[in-house]
Design a binder for this molecule. Structure first.
Ligand code: HEC
Length: 201
């Protein structure tokens, strides 16, 4: 059954992220256990952020910056290059949203944004996004949680820092012709991931 399956999967993700043992996972999935929207957002972010860091460090930074064997560009197909980490993130988000359309009980969206965007489309659009991006940039290590109502629907909205985890993050942004900021340093907050989950009002 669809509902049961996704609850089990989510419990497993959250359990893994909290370091809960196999026995705890089994008992949670055998009941109708639910997780909070905050725990769901935190777990989703943990997975996205880990995948994003792995792609950047193990593929892009190694091949572009260390070994210098290939470039990473926006036009990666024409250029026979690597896709940018931000593009990988967006492709994943688009695919997830499309697949979620067919699932009654799975509903969320996520985007990568910044107060200093190379691509203006990635600038914050709502008050919560703007405040969240500012908060995570000014309060390192902390996440931002709020609720907002958009088009009559209430949402739980979480914003997580997106950090320059590899030298290639910083060097590519600092020298990009469209960047409004060219003094990023390794470890700086360069933007944020916004996760939005519809909730009952
Ligand atoms: C090779 C160049 C390159 C690398 C490496 C790179 N970026 Fe980007 N980044 C871009 C470009 C170009 C965009 C805009 C792409 C788009 O929206 O299609 C972007 C988008 C972003 C955005 C959304 C806001 C914006 O600027 O448009 C954030 C946040 C971001 N990158 C952070 C990072 C972080 C953190 C890393 C390392 C984990 C990283 N980038 C690695 C070039 C790069």
């Amino acid at each position: 059954m669809k509902v049961k399956k996704s609850t089990a999967t989510l419990s497993a993700i959250v359990a893994v992220s909290l370091g809960i043992t196999g026995a705890a996972i089994a008992s949670a999935s055998s009941t109708n256990a639910t997780v909070s929207v905050k725990a769901m957002a935190d777990a989703l972010h943990l997975v996205m952020d880990s995948d994003r860091s792995v792609y950047t460090k193990k593929i892009v930074n190694r091949l572009v910056k260390k070994e210098k064997v290939i470039k990473a560009t926006e036009h990666f197909e024409d250029d026979k290059a690597l896709a940018l980490p931000a593009q990988m993130f967006r492709f994943g988000s688009e695919m997830a949203m499309k697949r979620a359309e067919k699932m009654d009980d799975v509903n969320f969206s996520y985007t990568l944004q910044s107060l200093w965007p190379i691509n203006r489309q990635n600038a914050p659009k709502t008050k919560a996004e703007r405040e969240g991006l500012k908060f995570v940039a000014e309060n390192k290590g902390k996440n931002y949680y709020t609720t907002e109502t958009l088009g009559g629907q209430k949402y739980f909205t979480a914003v997580y820092a997106d950090t320059g985890v590899a030298p290639v993050c910083v060097s590519c942004h600092n020298k990009h012709p469209d960047t409004p900021k060219n003094d990023f340093k390794l470890g700086d907050v360069m933007g944020g991931v916004v996760i939005r989950i519809p909730i009952d009002s």
